[in-house]
Design a protein around this ligand. Structure first.
Ligand SMILES: [Zn+2]
Length: 422
């Protein structure tokens, strides 16, 4: 990390870039797979525990009050949160399978670095300032995203959470217990969220809008509505060598046609649709499958469009399944409606960044879900994006340049100072 202040990012104290760099270097090796170079930081695993230990060390090293809430989210406080109207920033430290280094950790590291920056400036805050690491944001292990923030916001029932199970048959409560967290304590936490006056999540951009516009930092406008649907195609297992083609009920065929239909429906509607995960039974090279289970992820700029896309995919899947003598069940496993971030807070961020720096900060929509989106129903919420020149995310190719990361920290510091000293 260069110690120079990047152009157009507000006045910086000299320690901000080194502070960011040191934290980034400490966190970087945790959970990185030597073969793929991607991150495997899954909720309530040993790697997750290492990330959480790192968070606690950062909090205590800064003399912040540290706490883990009932749902496993970690908090670090400057000032007493009980005073209310707190300004909170943060993100998550877990990853998708073979994820990149920036999705999540950039927001948490930037939060601590922004606090260091504010202290270096001698900023006088009149409100409590919190830093949070939300647990299990990516949903890589238990199949449901944003479990920590959903539970806190009352958007996930305890009964549903207790039924979540990973690929090895381990339930969320057992995994929590094994990691030393009481699973019976989980559930809605309105008192905690009521203490927050504003939540700002900084995140690496998961697209190329900032790269194309030539800006380092942007402000979020809205998160597209998005969901996950499970398609179970059930046919009949049989010998791959001796079963005549005409006699087969092969669920792989309608599944394959459905993947192509998803692409077609999404393209026509200006949406996105992806089958990124599949499970096959019995999963043998020389066996016709009895079951092909595919998970659809779809997102669109608006609810009507998303309904049209998913409805079109399901209709096509049913026709293909019938044509092949295969049964089909479609289950919606999760759904998040469109999230419009708080307009007043968004405008406040634009005003602060316009006044405190010469950054031009475009306002962007995004197809990615975030804890900020979950909290936005309860708490005034905003997001800052940092430029990602590859536009790639959920992959080791995800990237943000050092100068852009520091610009993000300084923008976040400006925002936190502006909001917490009002
Ligand atoms: Zn993320």
């Amino acid at each position: 990390m260069s110690g120079d202040r990047p152009a157009g990012a507000g006045p910086s104290s000299p320690s901000t870039a080194p502070s960011f760099h040191e934290m980034w270097r400490e966190l970087l090796p945790i959970g990185r797979h030597p073969g793929s170079g991607g991150y495997r930081r899954f909720a309530w695993t040993d790697r997750d525990a290492e990330c959480r230990d790192w968070f606690e060390v950062q909090a205590r090293a800064r003399g912040l009050a540290y706490e883990v809430d009932r749902n496993g989210n970690q908090w670090a406080w400057l000032g007493d949160p009980a005073a209310g109207d707190a300004v909170v920033t943060g993100s998550h430290l877990d990853s998708v399978p073979d994820g990149g280094a920036f999705d999540g950790p950039l927001g948490v590291v930037s939060a601590f670095a922004a606090l260091d920056e504010l202290r270096g400036r001698g900023a006088r805050l009149t409100k409590p300032l919190g830093i949070v690491n939300f647990g299990d944001e990516e949903g890589a292990r238990f199949g449901l995203a944003c479990v920590g923030s959903r539970l806190a916001a009352g958007q996930l029932t305890v009964e549903h959470a207790h039924r979540l199970t990973d690929g090895d048959g381990i339930t969320l409560p057992r995994a929590m217990e094994a990691a030393g967290h009481d699973p019976d304590a989980i559930g809605a936490d309105p008192e905690r969220l009521a203490r927050i006056g504003a939540f700002v999540e900084l995140h690496v951009e998961q697209g190329r809008a900032l790269d194309l516009s030539g800006d380092r930092v942007g402000i979020a406008s809205a998160i597209w509505p998005h969901g996950r649907w499970r398609f179970d195609f059930r046919g009949e297992a049989n010998h791959a060598g001796t079963t005549r083609l005409a006699d087969r009920r092969d669920p792989m065929l309608p599944y394959a046609e459905t993947v192509l239909a998803a692409r077609r429906e999404a393209r026509l509607a200006g949406a996105v649709a992806t089958f990124g995960k599949i499970a096959v039974e019995p999963n043998g090279v020389n066996a016709i499958p009895s079951l092909v289970r595919g998970w659809l992820d779809s997102r669109a700029p608006g609810q009507d469009t998303l309904d049209t896309v998913v409805g079109g995919i399901e209709k096509a899947a049913r026709e293909y399944a019938e044509a092949h003598g295969v049964d089909l069940d479609v289950v919606r496993e999760s759904f998040t409606p469109v999230v419009e971030f708080d307009h007043a807070l968004r405008d406040e961020l634009a005003r602060i960044l316009g006044a405190e720096s010469d950054l031009k900060v475009p306002v962007l929509g995004t197809g990615a879900g975030h804890d900020a989106g979950i909290l936005s129903g309860t708490v005034p919420t905003a997001m800052l994006f940092v430029r990602n020149p590859t536009g790639v995310s959920h992959s080791p190719a995800e990237f943000a340049a050092e100068d852009d990361c520091v610009a993000g920290v300084l923008a976040l510091a400006d925002v936190l100072e502006g909001l917490a000293s009002r």
